[in-house]
Design a binder for this molecule. Structure first.
Ligand SMILES: CC(C)(COP(=O)(O)OP(=O)(O)OC[C@H]1O[C@@H](n2cnc3c(N)ncnc32)[C@H](O)[C@@H]1OP(=O)(O)O)[C@@H](O)C(=O)NCCC(=O)NCCS
Length: 147
């Protein structure tokens, strides 16, 4: 059974030792922990039979928010779970009356860009060499036009 719930510190502790190997997350544990505890942040986890297979989070900056992270466990990619998580983040943002969702993504990260495009995010600008030699693409989803 697949469930999506608010992420807790226990959830993070459960995946602490496999963050890099199984999720290739770009944050270390302590940065992630402080993000999770930040009052402006909201993280969710997706579980398959109670096992965490992905997580994602937003930082609220009313009337906007930023997607901080969205990662699916390597063995579970390409099975629709990323789409489910992103849809849930959008629903969550709407519940906080967010007008625009922003994110930045490495221009070489085609799976993520394709996922964001699929749910209506549009490229609005770019930042040169944001990720070492790669540029970042800044994308936005305008929720005010989707009501
Ligand atoms: C990006 C990521 C979250 C997608 O999750 P996922 O569960 O594999 O994606 P889904 O199976 O739900 O696919 C949804 C859509 O994403 C896109 N997508 C996913 N994997 C893709 C791939 N390998 N190549 C191209 N498009 C891809 C497609 O548009 C897909 O829709 P489709 O199946 O109708 O073609 C996952 O690849 C991941 O965890 N990557 C590493 C972390 C990361 O880069 N996060 C984004 C940081 S900005």
């Amino acid at each position: 059974m697949v469930t999506i719930t608010k992420m807790t510190l226990d959830d993070l502790n459960n995946i602490k030792d496999i963050l890099i190997s199984d999720f290739d997350d770009f944050w270390n544990y302590s940065i992630f922990k402080s993000e999770l505890e930040s009052p402006n942040s909201y993280y969710i986890v997706i579980k398959n039979n109670s096992k965490i297979i992905g997580f994602a989070g937003i930082k609220l900056c009313p009337p906007d928010c930023d997607i901080m992270n969205i990662v699916i466990k390597k063995d579970f990619r390409n099975q629709g779970y990323g789409l489910l998580l992103l849809k849930e983040l959008i629903k969550l943002s709407k519940s906080f009356d967010v007008q625009n969702i922003f994110l930045d993504v490495n221009e070489k990260n085609l799976p993520a860009i394709s996922l964001y495009n699929k749910l209506g995010f549009k490229k609005i600008s770019a930042r040169k060499n944001y990720y070492k030699e790669n540029n970042a693409i800044i994308m936005k989803l305008d929720l005010s036009q989707k009501q």
